[in-house]
Design a protein around this ligand. Sequence first.
Ligand code: AMP
Length: 611
Amino acid sequence: MINKTRPVVGIDLGTTNSAVAYIAKGKPAIIPSPQGQRIIPSVVMLDLQGKILVGDAARAAQVAMPDRVVAAVKRKMGSNEPVVMAGQAFSPQEISAMILKELKSFVDSALGEGEKEAVITVPAYFTDEQRRATKQAGELAGFVVERIVNEPTAAALAFGLERLEEDKHILVYDLGGGTFDVSVVEMMSGILEVKASAGNNHLGGEDFDWLLVNWLAGKIKKSHGIDPLNDMRAKSLLKEQAEKIKIELSSAEKTAIHLPLVVMKNNRPVGLSTEITRQDFVGLIENLLTETVECVRRAMADAKVEVSEIQEILLVGGSTRIPRVRELLTAFFGKEPRCDVNPDEAVALGAAVQAGLKSGELSDSGLIITDVAPFSLGTSILDEHRGMTRDGVFSVIIPRNTTIPVTRTERFYTATPGQTSVQVDIYQGEHELVKYNHSLGEFLLEGIPANYRKVEPIDITYRYNLNGILEVTAKCVSNGREESLTVQDALARDSEQQFAASVDKLQALYENAPKEEPDMDSEYYLPDFADDEDGDGAATASLEELREELGMLQNRLAAIKQESNELTRKKLGKLEHRLDEAKLLEDTADIQKIIDEATDVLIDLEMEAEE
Ligand code: AMP
């Protein structure tokens, strides 16, 4: 039945970028912001007036005010780790809710105010907790969360809708900002089945940026003897630049880097002028890319699909624009991946297809989807083998990559004579011992008739639905007594109070943001000097630190001297002498003066040499 009163939208809540889409005239379409932006950075900021900013404005402030800005919160979803923004602690779901609220404002502008349902995507490898946190973020933002869908499934859906008649195996390779997922999807007469998924939810474009940041910082450290990564502002600046350089290297073979000011040293600017080639960059990220190819291999082995059986390789996520990614996949499969699907929008568009299936708008499309369980689900048992007993053994009930929705029942028996109750422990994971897996909950089934050991059968049923929600039932077969636990409900009860508190907190933030004019003397414009006791912007160093710095200057001087002409050598000879003298001084102010003079001369000479 078509639900006209409550539109359903599809949302890609990405680590780096987010987007929202819906079905318009039978086809998925992005809902842009009122300013026309199709995707927004998943970056949130609490500004100086106490106002929440999301997207480009927040991202632009990342360097100037890193303490007020939060990025890549998706990596923390499902954890209890507080996220600090402008000195206030938020849960990861509260920050994600702010991104979703922004997307909801686009939907409200385009489709009118009122209640909206949402299908939100998550990486296939998100755990139950991460999925639940995502659902909660959607609810905090004011959506009715209809379903949580795996990102590669969504991408395949966007692709599948247009080519229903074809039967094939598709490999969805999704390398975004913070996560990597690969899925083998089978498409047969309009039925999309995810056969297997693998991935790493801590691998993506952000990691490439940081490798490049370390490379840039290493250059500065080598030539100026200062580690810019100790300075928060310099670190943010290098991160921003690294991403730009990385993106440039996707279209250019090499790029020039010219950063006049990265960090201050002794009240002087330290910069960097250099060049990097695509090959240098590939050298930095090659190990991570090889890891993604290993995941491809694993997903294919799990799906029992050979390389020759993959007809299409679908690229999703901004990082698949890196030419080396395409080269590696072409070499692995012996054919080129498809580039006709917009890697930034495919997931949101696919989520909209799922939304359309739910709302009824696409019910006559002939499309049906299934998904797979991303982890094995099972229970803890006492194992007996050749007369030995082992406690805490993981007995799998729903193996990883089983097609869902699924219901599976396994029969177990009481372990001790006269046993009248069993404890059912629910675990998720792949290890044969439960202590290495993830506990999802536990409950007790009582009222079992006392009997000899191994006589009373207990049936344990696991029901896993498309939202990744698990219901476990234990039944005593002889008297029909049963007990069950829905994992989501169990957690929801614990966090009900916390959820209500989050709702209040967000409401207060959005409604009570002070409206006064911005304070232009604010921290926006103040440089960050950690040890600035006298307030002049310069850090006061100890005698020991100054002597250490003199040593570093001597090394720099020696390096420059080797490459210099006669005239410069003479000039450097005098400076060398001054530095030697300074090492014998006791007065820190005098030493600082000599350090400042020498730094000036060396910076000039180094800049000349670089040009
Ligand atoms: P996503 O999470 O799919 O939005 O992907 C975002 C990631 O893609 C970020 O790490 C971006 O830096 C990266 N990205 C976007 N465009 C390019 C490009 N042309 N070359 C390399 N990486 C890119």
